[in-house]
Design a binder for this molecule. Structure first.
Ligand code: ATP
Ligand code: MG
Length: 234
């Protein structure tokens, strides 16, 4: 089985996440994509507004209409901080050694990967796919890595690909540990922080999230300043 795993805070999940996953699903001939909302991301806890369960529910609503998308509660069920390396270890056990795991992240996330727990191990457990994101340059990722970062990550090799040029042969090439695929694709200039800000200002978030997520945000009065405290206690 060929599985894409996309971790994130998803506060809330938006069309930028879904489009990146969709592009990668088709280009890499995957069998499924699993979104994994982080319950307690170590670097971001103070900024998160919706509860882990609410973020999981929104991701589930966004993924439900796509047969090859699913959402895993694995990080919600694990106590303590949410570390991607632990999730990938568990998926490896669950799906067996013959399965290929593609860990998907945006270029902004990849640029901080040296601060992640056991980043070097993560790079050898899964094939890393770095998705383009407006505002960040994929073609500068390799050059901007410092010697210390390279060493910490186990001297990764980066390969720059345009999604339209990924053939079946490239997509199914044997997994190479510490190979990082930097993939240029259609990327949408959408962020969860911008969506939270729009809601705070009472503005529309239609066409930035699925309608189901927009309805959920409205129904639970998420991201409204007055509701922040009450929601975070849930
Ligand atoms: P926030 O603004 O709260 O940080 P976000 O939009 O960056 O939210 P995250 O949940 O932090 O969303 O991101 C989860 C993963 O999805 C990260 O790897 C991130 O780089 C990637 N990602 C987020 N938005 C996009 C986008 N528009 N295009 C491609 N990748 C994205
Ligand atoms: Mg982010």
């Amino acid at each position: 089985m060929r599985i894409g795993v996309m971790g994130g805070t998803f506060d809330p999940i938006h069309l930028g996440h879904l489009r990146a996953a969709e592009e990668i699903y088709w280009a890499f001939e995957l069998d499924r994509i699993i979104f994994v909302p982080a319950a307690r991301p170590p670097h971001k806890d103070h900024e998160i507004e919706a509860s882990p369960l609410q973020r999981y529910e929104m991701a589930s609503l966004a993924a439900i209409s796509v047969p090859y998308f699913s959402v895993s509660p694995i990080e919600l069920n694990r106590p303590g901080c949410s570390y991607s390396v632990e999730t990938v270890r568990e998926f490896r056990k669950l799906y067996g050694e013959e399965s290929a795991i593609y860990f998907i992240m945006g270029v902004d996330a990849f640029q901080e990967i040296d601060t992640w727990k056991d980043a070097k191990e993560l790079l050898s457990l899964a094939q890393i796919i770095v998705a383009a994101r407006p505002g960040w340059r994929l073609d500068e990722v390799e050059r901007s890595m410092t010697p210390a970062q390279r060493q910490l990550l186990g001297e990764p090799r980066c390969k720059y690909l345009k999604i339209s040029e990924i053939t079946s042969q490239i997509a199914r090439r044997r997994y190479e540990p510490r190979l990082v695929l930097l993939v240029e694709m259609v990327s949408l200039d959408i962020s969860s922080s911008e969506i939270r800000q729009l809601v705070k200002e009472g503005r529309s978030i239609r066409y930035l999230v699925t309608d189901t997520v927009a309805t959920y945000v409205a129904k639970h009065r998420l991201y409204h300043p007055a509701c922040k405290q009450a929601d975070s206690q849930r």
